[in-house]
Design a protein around this ligand. Structure first.
Ligand code: NAD
Length: 310
């Protein structure tokens, strides 16, 4: 069944979703270069506004979107959309939370191995002519305890991948964890402090909400083993970066890897200068597969909503 409606795409998204909306009969205007100042004056006629993370859908934009039925974020968080303002006008706000799940889990595994084997340091030293083999004694993942904080979609994917690497799993989540997953992986469920005291690697997959802000503070970091590694691919606010700096500098933990930061791009030069910190620029979802899936999932949801199916 064909649908009618006008769609404004404000950020660059994978072509697959655009094609499927056009096939369904929607008129799609693709304007990935649209400037923030032009946005409010451009949205009036559109039924659907689609963004990734660049475009901020502020209250001013929502108020100007007189015909909007849907605001869609091709990705996970909704930090760049004023959801309250949209809901007050009965505009549906949708996203594609599961599309990046595998991509983020694979990055977290990559960061764990990067830390345990000092891959970034080895690479930069060898390219500078330094053969520092003797300084690079590593740690195997096999046989180690992986603590997963937040056992949702990404947490479960990393759990399955870690099992294939013969790691043992410890999990903490304040809400019930999928029983099938526990059966499949043998994950031991525990409280957060026990997890921190026992794990050789800790990986965080919690949402950014008031309860998780700075959940990794000085006190929690002090509970970790001095040989343990911390990986954060969730949201920057969950780690107190000043406390992390002190913990890394003083050897309270062995190392950390961050894909996300309290301020992005990060400005914490002290922290970034540490040799036992590995960083990536928020690339968790940055794979062709995840971007294509997110674009297709959003297109499909938009079509179904406009058809009245959802
Ligand atoms: P999800 O909702 O499937 O899972 C989150 C889990 O955290 C849930 O099981 C929830 O019960 C648990 N949780 C909630 N409050 C908690 C608390 N106080 N302590 C411990 N656990 C708690 O989400 P997801 O898709 O697995 O995403 C996890 C995180 O990854 C989110 O913060 C998301 O924004 C982030 N993410 C980052 C990237 C990236 O590019 N780096 C990409 C996608 C998602």
């Amino acid at each position: 069944m064909q649908v009618s409606g006008k769609v404004l795409v404000c950020d660059s998204i994978n072509q697959a979703g655009i094609d499927s909306m056009k096939r369904a009969g929607l008129a799609v205007d693709y304007k990935p270069e649209i400037k923030p100042a032009e946005l409010a004056s451009s949205v009036r006629d559109y039924d659907v506004i689609i963004v990734r993370s660049r475009t901020k859908v502020t209250k001013e934009v929502v108020d100007a979107a007189a015909n909007a039925k849907i605001i869609a974020r091709v990705g996970v968080g909704l930090e760049n959309v004023d959801v309250k303002a949209a809901e007050a006008k009965n505009i549906m706000v949708i996203n594609a939370p599961e599309a990046a799940s595998i991509a983020v889990a694979e990055l977290a595994i990559g960061l764990m191995i990067s830390l345990a084997r000092s891959i970034p340091r080895a690479d930069s030293e060898i390219k500078r002519g330094n053969w520092i083999k003797k300084e690079l004694m590593g740690m195997q993942l096999s046989g180690k305890y992986l603590g997963i904080v937040g056992v949702g979609s990404i947490g479960r994917n990393i759990g399955r991948m870690a099992k294939a690497l013969r790691m043992s799993l410890i999990g903490y989540d304040p809400y019930p964890i999928n029983p099938e997953f526990i059966k499949e992986t043998g994950m031991i469920i525990t409280d957060l402090n026990t997890l921190l005291e026992s794990a050789d690697f800790v990986t965080c997959h919690v949402p950014s909400i008031p309860e998780t802000k700075h959940m990794f503070n000085a006190e929690r970091l002090a509970k970790m083993k001095p040989t343990a590694y911390l990986v954060n691919t969730s949201r920057g606010e969950i780690i107190d970066e000043n406390a992390l700096y002190e913990a890394l500098k003083n050897g309270k933990i062995a190392g950390a890897a961050l894909d996300v930061f309290e301020v992005e791009p990060p400005t914490n030069k002290q922290l970034l200068g540490l040799p036992n910190l590995v960083c990536t620029p928020h690339i968790g979802a940055q794979t062709k597969e995840a971007q294509e899936l997110a674009s297709v999932v959003i297109a499909e949801k938009v079509i179904q909503i406009l058809r009245g199916v959802i």
